[in-house]
Ligand binder design. Structure first.
Ligand SMILES: Nc1ncnc2c1ncn2[C@@H]1O[C@H](COP(=O)(O)OP(=O)(O)O)[C@@H](O)[C@H]1O
Ligand SMILES: [Mg+2]
Length: 225
């Protein structure tokens, strides 16, 4: 490892439910970290290849996106130590892919829409993640990210209570439902590049800072063990 380079950190963005905002979050995290000077690779584990489609429309192709849509992610990723961050965009349904992504990860982020139904639908994933946290002696960390929240509204006490019941932290930064997000997908870009002054860009930058902090807390805990 070269001096000054932190060890590779793997952040998996997972939720078995389609439409939770995984690809939106994963592409923004990956590109945002890269824009902040970190070398970053995006792994598309969804056989539908949304993140690969996102990257393919862009001529200058700044970010490398590779597809690993077999349950070998944890093994394949070991060959990728030359970057600062690997972001895994999760697949819907496929339980074996989720297991493999969780094994590969230092941090699991679970984007979830602020509705009890959507939160309840994450229970299998939360069980899987909690078992892995136990096996790794707390080395794996995980958090919910509220995704597609309606701007100008609080997520509500009932939602906060349901989330609390899962005993995983909820990141303070949220992604709101905004027209700017789907607009970026078609051009293989992000709100950071297309709408740098927008509320969307602001919340993405806040989220990235929080995710980096959360991930590095994990790293320092690991050193102290
Ligand atoms: N915060 C958001 N605001 C508006 N639209 C969003 C937001 N997040 C996701 N979408 C849109 O919802 C759809 C599903 O989102 P996506 O990120 O692909 O979810 P997943 O990868 O979990 O299936 C896409 O069309 C996407 O553009
Ligand atoms: Mg997706």
């Amino acid at each position: 490892m070269s001096a000054g380079r932190q060890p590779l950190k793997v952040i998996a963005v997972l939720n078995q439910k389609g439409g939770a905002g995984k690809t939106t979050l994963a592409t923004h995290l990956a590109r945002g970290l890269q824009l902040s000077g970190k070398s970053t690779l995006l792994v598309d584990s969804d056989p539908q290849g949304s993140a690969r489609d996102w990257a393919a429309v862009r001529e200058d192709h700044p970010l490398t996106v590779i597809g690993i849509d077999r349950p070998t992610i944890d093994k394949d990723i070991k060959a990728l130590a030359e970057v600062d961050y690997v972001i895994i965009d999760g697949a819907p349904q496929a339980a074996d892919l989720a297991v493999s992504a969780v094994k590969a990860a230092d941090v699991v982020l679970i984007p979830v829409q602020p509705s009890p139904y959507d939160i309840w639908a994450t229970s299998d994933l939360v069980d899987l993640v909690k078992r892995r946290i136990e096996i790794t002696d707390g080395k794996l960390r995980a958090a919910f990210v509220v995704s597609r929240a309606i701007a100008g509204t609080n997520i509500g006490k009932d939602i906060a209570k349901v989330l609390e019941g899962y005993e995983l932290p909820v990141l303070t930064s949220r992604i709101h439902q905004r027209v700017d997000y789907p607009g970026t997908a078609a051009t293989g870009s992000t709100v950071l590049e297309l709408f740098p002054k927008s509320e969307a860009a602001k919340e993405v930058l806040e989220l990235i800072a929080e995710v980096e902090q959360f991930t590095n807390e994990e790293m320092s805990n690991g050193v102290n063990e």
